[in-house]
Write a protein that binds this ligand. Sequence first.
Ligand code: PGA
Length: 307
Amino acid sequence: MHFTLQQLKLFESVSRNGSYTRASEEMNITQPAVSIQIKKLEEQVGLPLFELVGKKIFPTAAGKTMYEASCDILARVGELKSSVEALKGEVKGPLQLAVVTTSKYFMPHLLGTFLTQYPDVTPKLMFTNRDKVVERLYNNEDDFVVMGQIPEDDRLETYPFLENILVPVAHPDHPLATKKNIPLQAILNERILEREPGSGTRQMFDRVLEKKGLKITPYMELGSSEAIKQGVMAGLGLAILSLHGLQLELAAKKLVILDVESFPLNRRWYAVHFKGKKLSLAARTFLDYLQVENKMLPQVSDETLFP
Ligand code: PGA
């Protein structure tokens, strides 16, 4: 079989995206060019790799086998490239990370300062919820991932770095805003704005309730912490949010932290990859950087938490 790495990359992109159009956008070439290369690949394999059902394309049995092989080959090529770069001692090249949405309040800042030191690193950050980050981790799609709640799996290497403090928040005019020692049960009688199932923040809150034998019926589900924060500021309800994303709003007194039983939750953020994973020099350097760089830590005084 004669095929090129570029054909394999295109094939991998079409399979993953389930679309020629999306692959052509991702790979920055025209859609007819993608079709031609996939056709050439099929000629080499001697079997069709995709079939059209309705308006969607699906991999054939040969396509599935080819997909597995192409992921392996492309991962090996990636490793080879980074080993060569590591031998040259150069911190450069791609840095592919999947990070939970809540980390958008600090990851870009950490990456920004890192890149001023290592401008030849080309980062790609995928922000998505915890469930999807876990899926990407198990598919080995990234150099490493960042999340607040790590799966219980002793095959994983985990690196704690920043603190992750979760707090209940409300509009300053909310009747509970001035109350002390609010029982957990009391906030369940309020309108609660919750993240979508699959969110790590939601899971953590659910666990706190579970421990007390409580359950919540969310008033509203919103797919991002930012949307929830806006909802709380608009007086739609209460929410549990990570303190990282609240600094400006707390300082501007647009939000207040409630003094609720079991809160604040003091957690950590973790970088995670599989044990034995060969990290590129760029990924290794960024991982080390995360563990020493704590300047983005929110300065949490008791006064902030319990004014
Ligand atoms: P989330 O994850 O952004 O999906 O809520 C946060 C976490 O993992 O702690």
